[in-house]
Design a protein around this ligand. Sequence first.
Ligand code: DGP
Length: 117
Amino acid sequence: MEDCLFCKIVKGEIPCEKIFENDKVLSFRDINPLAQIHYLVIHKEHSRDLSEMSHNPEQISDIFLAIKKITTGHSLDQLGYRVFTNNGAKAGQSVFHTHFHILSDENLATKWTSNVS
Ligand code: DGP
C-alpha cells in the first residue's frame, strides 16, 4: 500500500534492523522496545489487521512458521517469549499493517501479564 509505513519498510524505502526475511515474511526490531528483545513480524502482503488477515489463513501460517524460525534461531525457547498483536486502535494498534510482536526478557513473567495488576 502506497502510504503504509511497514510496506515502505518491506520495499526498503525506510530502513529497519532486519531479524529475518524470506519471500513472504519480514521481521525487524521494534523502534520502541518494550522488552530486552522486541521484534515485529509482518507479512509482505498488506493487510490492515488480524481480522483482515484472517481471510487469508495461509498468511497466518507464514507468520507463525517464521516466528518458529526466529525464536529457535535466537534461542528464545530457553528465555521464554510472548507473541501478540493489537487488533484495532481501541486495542492500541498504531500501525495499520498487521504485525505480531515478539517480546522476550528475563523479567517477562512480571510484565503485562494477566495475573499482574
Ligand atoms: P502497535 O502499537 O501494536 O501498532 O505497534 C506498532 C509498533 O511499531 C510500535 O511498537 C512501534 C513500532 N514502530 C513504529 N514505527 C516504526 C518504524 O518506523 N520502525 C520500526 N522498526 N518500528 C516502528
